[in-house]
Design a binder for this molecule. Structure first.
Ligand SMILES: *Cc1c(COP(=O)(O)O)cnc(C)c1O
Length: 215
């Protein structure tokens, strides 16, 4: 598995306005350092414990993204350093992030996770809840909602994926008219990032296509 080669191949298929989050969950420090050493700084993890350990052990200029479900009682472990939380899906979580942001004297950037997949096990907000949360967040000083995140249904059917990404892209475009702070649309993973980019993605979260399959 040539991680650097994989990473460069993906970069070639993507224009500069799309940020790559290298999803390093379950992968080792050495594997992460391979692409850190060629200048990549943005990495994503889905478990707070693992994220915190890697933060402690790896260079401090890495920008860490929390992309997995966040339990409120664990926000405190990442609040001091997290670059972006992609997976905010409730008011209670927003309030906790704001509280921990205040304790750490920093405004924590977040995305709202939208439920677009037809799967029971995917977290996220329903479309009609989103605007309310953005407008509530604008009264909080230590959290800033800067965009939306979504995960498509796990399927080989590109039409379904395309339809789901269009749904979140349309929502993003509509909300952007009223909420100028929204700039990030985080959609697209190893198997569907090109479909996502066709639907307005400017942040893709890619794991296995860079680091190889996870066990
Ligand atoms: C694991 C994960 C990814 C990356 O998945 P790949 O298919 O390996 O690219 C992206 N987003 C989230 C939320 C994940 O949990």
């Amino acid at each position: 598995m040539d991680i650097v080669k994989n990473f460069k191949l993906i970069k070639k298929t993507i224009t500069d306005n799309v940020q790559i989050i290298a999803v390093s969950k379950t992968k080792s420090k050495d594997e992460i350092l391979k692409i850190y050493n060629i200048g990549h700084k943005n990495f994503g993890e889905n478990k707070i414990q693992e994220l915190k350990e890697k933060y402690n052990q790896l260079p401090k200029d890495i920008k860490w993204h929390m992309i997995g479900h966040v339990q409120r009682n664990k926000v405190k472990y990442i609040a001091p350093f997290i670059e972006l939380i992609h997976s905010v899906d409730s008011l209670k979580l927003m309030l906790e992030i704001n509280k921990q942001g205040e304790k750490n004297k920093r405004t924590i950037k977040c995305l709202l996770q939208i439920k677009i997949a037809n799967e029971e096990n995917k977290f996220g907000l329903f479309k009609d809840e989103v605007e309310n949360l953005i407008s509530l967040s604008n009264n909080l000083n230590y959290i800033k909602i800067i965009g939306l995140m979504g995960m498509a249904t796990y399927t080989n059917n590109d039409k379904i994926i395309d339809r789901e990404f269009k749904e979140i892209y349309n929502l993003f475009k509509i909300l952007k008219i009223s909420y100028k702070q929204l700039s990030i649309l985080s959609i697209g993973m190893s198997n569907d990032y090109l479909i996502a980019i066709n639907n307005g993605s400017n942040m893709v979260r890619i794991g296995s296509q860079i680091f190889g399959e996870r066990n």
